[in-house]
Design a protein around this ligand. Sequence first.
Ligand code: TRP
Length: 453
Amino acid sequence: MSEPRQSLHGEWSSRWIFIFAAAGSAVGLGNIWKFPYIVGENGGGAFVLMYLLFIIAIGVPLMMSEILIGRRGRRNPADSVRALSEESQRSKFWQITGWFGIISGIIVMFYYGVIAGWGLDYVFKAAVGTFDGASPAAISQLFDTMITEPFRVMFWNVVIIAASVFVIIGGVKKGLETALRFMFPAMLILLLIAVVYAVYSGAFMTGLNFLFSPDFSQLTAQGALIALGHAFFTLSLGQGAIMMYGAYLPKRVSIPRTILLIAGLDTFIALLAGLAIFPIVFAHGLPAASGPGLLFKTLPIAFGQMPYGSLFATLFFVMIVFAAFTSAIALIEPAVAWLIERFAVSRKRAALLVGGLITVGSLGSVLSFSHPQTFQIGGLSYFDFTDQLTANTFLPLGGLITAVFVGWMMRREAVRDELGMMANFWFQAWQFALRFIVPLAVIIVFINAIGLV
Ligand code: TRP
């Protein structure tokens, strides 16, 4: 079959647009804010190693399945799965994965915009030179003060939510694409600047050791669950987001190569963030287990001491907000798409409704920092609760269901057809991962973590 020539170019550029969109959803607060802080709380190297293992053995195979479902189904996540289960004569039950996506997207947004809001506050702090020459103690204090100002945080949070809703309504897709093209290089450069600073001025070797030399006595069942959950969270898996993007992927694009690129970039950015942050932690004797404030208490120290620091700091926090923003859009979109399709409401109304719901739901996260006694659920702060419910519960469950569906339920020919030229060995390795490794790992980690409580 001969194809028109220009489609060649079209598909090449679509592949890159897809990569940018998927990477834009994957690279976010998870990489720069969450990864370093959970590494710090869970003892360093052994946790990092486990996380890398989960990315390779679970994240990559699952991401391939999600794209495969989306590209073959060509619809929203729930309907794609339904279409594929019909194709393979399976029950409608499997579309439940789409539900997980819609619900967990919204619950993640109950705190995601709050953290992005902190970042936005820091853009302005940086721009007026607040960090210049400030002592580590003063910088810690800045953060502790900020998070207990609910009106300030809520204001920034609403700005983030409103901006996301605005983009979702208007479909400013083109602008977003261009911006993404510039965001990744800029983010890499700024992170590298921070790492170079860490090499020269921080306790770089101590940081490197902390991140990469595993001390297995630090490994806990809870840590395993957090590493597993984060592998899902950081790649935006278990949530239908990648399925949604996969639906627009041209048929001839190689799924495995595309995934390796996205997963590689995502992991690289997370590790760079760790390399920038931990040398500062150890150079200034800060606790590695500083929790959600880790990023905000460390990097401003570095920026405060380097030449043109306030410029770099401003750009850096702009990047963080931007990375969060591209993820937020992908978190909100499934719920909006679902409302439009099921209830025939307009895009505008659907987006406003979801935005309103998120605004109300995120109040609990804002207040859980200023009024920790009141805003808690089952001994966890509201913020921690929403994070753990999604990253450590819903996402792995959604991923487990997807793995079982693609590994055991879908017709083999359909799967083979979608993956195209993949070498037999890798195809079998992939199928083995879906059939056995993903389900067993999720179940074992769950059982262990529950046994601990
Ligand atoms: N991957 C994003 C991050 O690391 C967060 C995220 C989780 C996400 N699930 C998602 C983003 C679904 C978009 C869609 O910050």
